[in-house]
Design a protein around this ligand. Structure first.
Ligand SMILES: *Cc1c(COP(=O)(O)O)cnc(C)c1O
Length: 221
């Protein structure tokens, strides 16, 4: 696992230098395919940020590793009946805020507690039916609306999942669409895009946060 992580970091670094030596990129290791022992192994290699897409897995793994200074990211679709469970975990970043309805529901829960939740707005740049998120044409308006009406949600930028295609031009079109939105948002810090199959394209289009799972954990790849 450590060796795979090392190889991945070398490839990320090469793509980063090709893009810009001044660009800083954070790698979130998506541990949805991993067990606690594998997470610990990566921790020992220096990895600190981990991502999960199911609330119960996030709870189990973050509790199992609670003595370690890890940073947990939630990257999956959040059902409203799981809001309290997610908030109790106090994740470092909720990357998949995908509707105004969900933002309102989170804000309601948070304002009683005076807690805050760091969030990314998920943008649906791919046309697949099964993907969730804000349509690119509504993204800026919705971002501003949430920033205004949901003071306990701290918007840090945007996240997108590119289309699942072997045609790199189609993938790149998704990343370019996300980047164009990102650049129009004042004070946005995080542009989260790029997974195992497309992170080099994402870096070439300005991604500063990658979410990579199978390239690290799944030896079948
Ligand atoms: C699983 C997942 C990833 C990582 O995908 P890999 O192809 O395994 O690298 C990234 N983002 C989200 C939202 C995911 O659910």
């Amino acid at each position: 696992m450590q060796e795979r992580l090392g190889k991945l970091i070398e490839k990320i670094e090469a793509a980063r230098l090709k893009y810009s030596a001044h660009h800083i990129i954070k790698l979130v290791a998506v541990s949805k395919y991993a067990n606690l022992a594998q997470i610990l192994d990566l921790y020992n290699a220096g990895q600190r940020a981990f991502g999960e897409n199911k609330v119960q897995d996030l709870r189990f793994k973050s509790q199992g590793a609670e003595n370690l200074p890890l940073e947990w990211h939630f990257i999956g679709h959040l059902q409203e009946n799981k809001i309290n469970a997610l908030l109790a975990i106090k994740p470092f970043l909720f990357q998949s805020l995908d509707s105004l309805k969900l933002a309102t529901a989170l804000q309601k829960r948070l304002e009683n507690s005076s807690d805050f939740l760091n969030c990314l707005l998920q943008i649906k740049t791919a046309c697949e039916e099964n993907k969730t998120g804000f349509a690119p044409k509504n993204a800026l308006e919705s971002y501003a609306e949430i920033a205004q009406n949901c003071p306990n949600l701290r918007l840090k930028g945007i996240m997108t999942i590119a289309t699942n295609s072997s045609d790199s031009r189609e993938v790149e079109a998704c990343f370019k669409a996300a980047r164009a939105i990102f650049e129009k948002i004042p004070n946005a810090e995080i542009l989260s895009m790029g997974m195992s199959s497309d992170y080099e394209i994402a870096i070439g289009n300005g991604a500063n946060m990658l979410r990579i799972g199978s390239e690290i954990f799944n030896s079948a790849r």
